[in-house]
Structures are given as structure tokens and as C-alpha cells.
Design a protein around this ligand. Structure first.
Ligand code: UD1
Ligand code: CA
Length: 516
């Protein structure tokens, strides 16, 4: 549940000490809070129906990428997925609409599992046009919150505050704004006067005068509209501007002319509203999101040495007293238990690691499972379907795929185990290879409890080594080995005594005859 913002107990609505041109912000806040309280008292009628619309139809030309902008990832997930996740914590998924257009199918697929609705904007003629296309779907709502699919750091708490500010003020449009040290590229919020909570217009960077460009208060691209008023006036938008697009931002001036109220609500955290029009901005958002994740994990008892060198996706979970050394990547939905040590240059993706696991440097794990107390590496490669049992060891240059290693079993050096089930207490000697592929099909190798596989053996699947059996070193095993038996599958050694000595003498004789 999202905590509901209570006007009386909330942090200051204008969360900045330095608000240029806004010296008297505290008085404004006091006035707004007063009106919010009054509005609350008068609000005995039914709750307002709120829909959220996420603009996600644009191509993202400035990214210079063939992939749609909203599918570019931050924190290991498409940026749109973050915005959808925040939105669905404020209203139910059935009241959330994504406007899609460029590569619509791919974008829809990426977030369809959330249960939200989609609106197709076939031609992308601007943010105002996007809302025109959404008119029918959004008309049943009282208020419409507009979010941007390319601003993924937004939190449900801030959306909720924007909603409540709007509900208590009842303007036609509430703009979520922010004070940025470098506002370049963003639309600027032009207040009626520096002290006024009311907004006259939003001016896009390209159309702004040099004076307006100095304004530090930017338009986040997030708004709440009174739906009736929005759709009664939206047709007044024109595309007479440098981009030839219908700008949703022009609604501020249109409402002003129609004597409807437009206000701005300043975000507490300016970073929450940052957008990602360029790859440099996208990387910046990614770093901010990961830094936040690291701080959260550290507050929960995870030690992260040199966090700025680690890449931890936002969905990863790590238990207390686990230590991450520098240059570690924890990706996807990986879950790591407590008391583990993950040493440098290890990359773990979508894997589950139990408690007390030691992963030495340079390991790569993908969709693998490692039980408590196991030890890996250095340089182990666990591919999908690997299950490493309790206290088992997987060592240097060992690759596993769809392979289960039982409790306490060891494969310590230079080994490939594919489509293999290894029981408990098994020792797999250095250089053992399971030959699981016959060129057409994959076959299984079974090695039962307590077996011992001598070094440099090849086990040609399908094959089974019975409980407690031994395989002699350098064997090529093509037939099942019964329990407690010894199998040796190699040519017998032949020793020719004195052979080298005789050869050497022969050669010397030849050299002398040749006059050497
Ligand atoms: C917009 C705002 C700007 C604000 C900034 C904040 C306008 C005109 N300008 O600029 O004031 O400071 O966001 O980040 O709105 N989209 C569609 N359909 C379209 C066009 C865009 O769905 O036809 C989507 C895009 O995919 C994107 C979002 O709307 O997710 C915003 O569009 P974008 O082109 O990034 O606007 P900005 O130039 O960043
Ligand atoms: Ca943008």
C-alpha cells in the first residue's frame, strides 16, 4: 500500500531551500495547505475517478537507436516497466493506459503482463495529439494523470502527491515541476508572478526567449488534468511551432485564456522527474537508479565495496551480511542469501543463491541455483538449469548446463557437465567431459552417489555410472558402469624398453656418415 499523503504531516510541498525567484515559497505552501485542508473538509462527495495515461508512442529520435525509447533499459528493466510499476501502485491496472505507436507490438509485449490497457497512436504528432487519441478511453474519468514513458525514476509517492494536490485544488491542470540546476532541454514553467502558485504557460526550450531559458523551474511532463476540461479545450491546440507538433504543454496557456486555473506542484526530489531523450541522459538515470539500489541494500546489511563499480539490477534481492567485492554484477531477478561472499568480476543473472555461498572471482552464472554452503570458482560458468547442491564445490574452468550436482560433490577443475545428474559425495576428476550431444540430440549422463570419475575421462551419453563405482583416469566410457565396479576404457599401456636409446644411436650413425 502506498502511504497516503496527509497535508498536515507531509514534508514541505516545495522541497527546496533554493528556489530562484521563489523567495517566499513558505508562504505559498502555507496558503496551499490551508486551501487543501478546506477542500478536504468540503469534500463530502464521492471519490473522484482517476485514470493514469502513460505517453509511450514516440520513437526517441534523439537516442539514435533502432529500438523504441521506452524499451531502453534502466536498472535492468525497460524504462516503461518502471513507470507502469509506479502507476499501478497508485490506481488499479485497469485504470492505467499506455499510449503506444512506434513499434507498438514490441512495446505492448514488454508490459502486457501487468494488465494495463493500450491506446494506439498510429502517427506520432506530439504529446497533445497523444491525448487527443486517448480521448474516448479517458473521458469516463474525473481526473487524468499523465506520465511520460521516458522518465522512469518517478515514484508512486510523488504521483500520489500530485493527485492529492490536484484533488484539493481543483484546477483544470496541475503540472508537476522541478527546480533543476541545468534545465537545458526541458520546457520551462512560466508562473503568473514569481510568488504565484498559478502558471501562465509552459514554454518549450526551442521557443523560449533567452530570459525564459534562465528559469530553473522545469516542466516534468507529468500532469493531472480535469478530464472534462481537458477534452473540452484540447482541440484548441495548434501545431504552429518549430517541431510542427501538437504540444500538450500548450494546454497551460489555452486554459489561461479560458480563465481556467493552472497550477504547478514542485517535486521534492528533482531527480525523480528526469527524462531520457539522449543516451547520455539514459545512462545517467541508470546510474542514479543503481546508486539508490546500492544504498537500499547497504541499509539492509549488505556490504558493497566500491558500489560505484557494481551493477545491481533493481529487482535483485540480497540478504544481510553478504559481501560484494568490487566489479560484481547482480542482474535480473537474482536472489542471494545471507552470509555469502561474491568476489570480484562475477556476473550473476536470474539465479538463486543460498546462504553462506562463496563465489570466487570471475564466475558467470545464468539461471542457476546454488544451495547453501557451496563454493564456486574462480572462473566457473554455470549455464541455465545448473543446480549446485549444498556444500558442493565447482572449481576453475568448470562449465555446467542443465546439470545437478548433489550435496558435497566436487568438480574442481577443467570439466564440462551437461544434461547430467550427479548424486551426493561424488568426485569428478580434472578434465572430465560429458559428451551429451551426438550432433542431433542431447543425451543424459547419470553419476550416482559416491562414484569417483578419474581425471580426463569422457562419458559418452546416454550413460550411467552406478553408486560407488570408479572410472579409471583417461577412460572413454560408452557403456553403463554397474555399482561398486571399476571401469577402465582406454588402450593398454605399451612400454618399449630402450627404444629411444636405440633410435638415438641410429640417428647419430646417419649424421656421421653424412660427414657431420
Ligand atoms: C516533454 C515536454 C517538455 C518537458 C519534457 C519533460 C512537450 C511538448 N514537452 O518534452 O515540456 O520538459 O517532456 O521530460 O510535451 N510521445 C507520444 N506521442 C507523441 C509524442 C511523444 O506518446 O506523438 C511520448 C514519448 O514517447 C515520450 C513522451 O511522450 O515518452 C514525451 O515526449 P518527448 O518527445 O520525449 O518530449 P520532450 O521533448 O522530452
Ligand atoms: Ca522526453
Amino acid at each position: 500500500m502506498i502511504s497516503v499523503h496527509k497535508p498536515n504531516s507531509a514534508p514541505p510541498l516545495f522541497g527546496y531551500e533554493a528556489l530562484p525567484g521563489f523567495a517566499n515559497a513558505d508562504n505559498i505552501v502555507a496558503g496551499i495547505l490551508d486551501r487543501m485542508t478546506k477542500a478536504k473538509t468540503n469534500n463530502s462527495h464521492r471519490a473522484r475517478r482517476v485514470g493514469i495515461v502513460i505517453m509511450a508512442a514516440g520513437k526517441g529520435t534523439r537516442l539514435k537507436s533502432k529500438h523504441p525509447k521506452v524499451l531502453h533499459e534502466v536498472g535492468g528493466k525497460p524504462q516503461l516497466a518502471h513507470v507502469v510499476s509506479a502507476a499501478t501502485k497508485v490506481v488499479p491496472a485497469q485504470d492505467v493506459f499506455a499510449i503506444i505507436g512506434h513499434e507498438a507490438d514490441r512495446v505492448r509485449q514488454a508490459v502486457a503482463h501487468t494488465g494495463i490497457n493500450f491506446i494506439l497512436q498510429k502517427e506520432q504528432r506530439g504529446t497533445g495529439h497523444a491525448l487527443m487519441v486517448a480521448r474516448e478511453a479517458l473521458a469516463p474519468y474525473d481526473d487524468v494523470i499523465v506520465l511520460s514513458g521516458d522518465a522512469p525514476l518517478i515514484t508512486p509517492q510523488t504521483i500520489q502527491k500530485l493527485r492529492q494536490f490536484h484533488e484539493s485544488e481543483h484546477p483544470a491542470m496541475t503540472i508537476l515541476s522541478a527546480q533543476l540546476q541545468n534545465p537545458t532541454g526541458y520546457g520551462r514553467v512560466i508562473r503568473k508572478s514569481p510568488k504565484s502558485p498559478e502558471v501562465k504557460a509552459i514554454v518549450e526550450e526551442k521557443s523560449a526567449t533567452p530570459g525564459q531559458r534562465k528559469i530553473g523551474e522545469i516542466n516534468s511532463g507529468f500532469y493531472t488534468f480535469d478530464a472534462k476540461l481537458l477534452f473540452a479545450h484540447i482541440d484548441k491546440l495548434s501545431n504552429d511551432n518549430p517541431h510542427g507538433e501538437f504540444y500538450l504543454t500548450d494546454m497551460a496557456a489555452i486554459f489561461g485564456k479560458a480563465k481556467k486555473n493552472v497550477v504547478a506542484f514542485v517535486a521534492d526530489d528533482p531527480y525523480e522527474v528526469l527524462g531520457s531523450n539522449t543516451l547520455a541522459e539514459l545512462v545517467d538515470l541508470d546510474q542514479r537508479m543503481r546508486a539508490t539500489k546500492c544504498r537500499q541494500l547497504m541499509s539492509e546489511g549488505v556490504t558493497i565495496f566500491y558500489p560505484q563499480t557494481c551493477v545491481i539490477d533493481c529487482d535483485a534481492e540480497i540478504g544481510a551480511d553478504t559481501v560484494l567485492e568490487p566489479f560484481v554484477q547482480i542482474l535480473g531477478k537474482t536472489r542471494i542469501g545471507s552470509d555469502c561472499r561474491i568476489r570480484s568480476h562475477t556476473v550473476i543473472n536470474n539465479s538463486v543463491i543460498g546462504d553462506g555461498v562463496l563465489i570466487r572471482p570471475g564466475c558467470v552464472l545464468d539461471e542457476a541455483q546454488v544451495m547453501k554452503g557451496a563454493q564456486l570458482g574462480p572462473y566457473s560458468h554455470l549455464r541455465p538449469g545448473s543446480e549446485i547442491g549444498e556444500n558442493a564445490h565447482v572449481g576453475n574452468f568448470v562449465e555446467t548446463k542443465k546439470a545437478r550436482l548433489g550435496k558435497g560433490s566436487k568438480a574442481n577443475h577443467l570439466t564440462y557437465l551437461g544434461d547430467t545428474v550427479v548424486g551426493e559425495g561424488v568426485n569428478i576428476g580434472a578434465g572430465t567431459i560429458t559428451c551429451n550431444y551426438d550432433g542431433q540430440h542431447k543425451h543424459a549422463t547419470i553419476i550416482e552417489d559416491g562414484a569417483f570419475i578419474g581425471s580426463d575421462s569422457t562419458l559418452v551419453a546416454p550413460v550411467k555410472v552406478g553408486r560407488g563405482a570408479y572410472v579409471g583416469a583417461a577412460s572413454c566410457i560408452t557403456e553403463d558402469v554397474p555399482p561398486d565396479s571399476l571401469a577402465i576404457g582406454r588402450a593398454r599401456q605399451i612400454t618399449k624398453e630402450g627404444w629411444v636409446k636405440a633410435k638415438r644411436a641410429e640417428r647419430q650413425k646417419k649424421d656421421q656418415a653424412a660427414g657431420g
